[in-house]
Design a binder for this molecule. Sequence first.
Ligand SMILES: [Zn+2]
Length: 324
Amino acid sequence: MPTRHVVCNMSQIFESSQTTHVSPTLAVVTVIISRDRYLSPVRVQCLHWADETTAGSTLDCTQATLRARTLTFLARIGQFPRALYTINMTNEFRPALIVVDVQEDFCPPNGSLAVPEGRDIVAPINKLLDLPFVLKVATKDWHPQDHISFAANHAGKQPFVDFATIVNPDNAAESYSSRLWPVHCVQGTPGAELLPELEADKLDEILEKGTDRRVEMYSPFYDPFGISDSGLAGLLRAHAVTDVYVVGLAGDYCVKACAEDAAKEGFRTYLIEECTRAVDAGAWPLCRKALEEGSRARVVSLEGPEVLRLSSPSLMTAAPAQSR
Ligand SMILES: [Zn+2]
């Protein structure tokens, strides 16, 4: 006989008890919490998880990642209050900042996949971190050593110039060709660290992406097949976010993909141009055009009204009341 447990907010899951049973019939999640440090690793026993591959297995992740993933999961099984998922796009302004992959391997002088001038964006991003965003999230590219995007894992292939076919692990008929890269942002290595000059203490969450060796994941939301979902969309909705501001590295890959998916998820989306740099800097104008023509995301300036309005906290609106 399953227990019925209505989940009202995130803290109830992760801060008030060590074990939570979520039911009606198909879901039981047992969460073992490490209380000492929010970003310290936790171990979760997944009896039924949102994606079939982890059901019945044990998952190691940070508590921040776990919280985001569980929110997505709860939303899927209809256990999360509907009110938090209803966004009134017309008269609310609850902005979030997503800082994409500002990591050593993407920056000079030592990054294995250094984006030209990549380090120059940190100073303006730190200024943005002082603004009253309702949620500030950073993402980290966080690959296993055998990740499919590394040229070194494909015999005879060279980084930057060669491509590989990536096949949907769940549907062999679905595939696409993807550019190959030098080994970068391997989990736990110095190259995967956020830049030390980034004021990370001002962040609310740090999410890891690209952790599934079988798929490339430019977007911090999910990979192109939907195999690997970071939980970012659920996290934004849980904070009743209406507007998403995207910055980070690299403009022509992960930042562009982030903006496209944020817009696709229904958020008003802005990519702040001074706070990104591209792998192929010369092609950025074309890339920018493709982003604005192919999605509802807009490329804006630090000096533009979309960013300036963030300095007027009176424009912010409160989160909608929870329905239960
Ligand atoms: Zn990567």
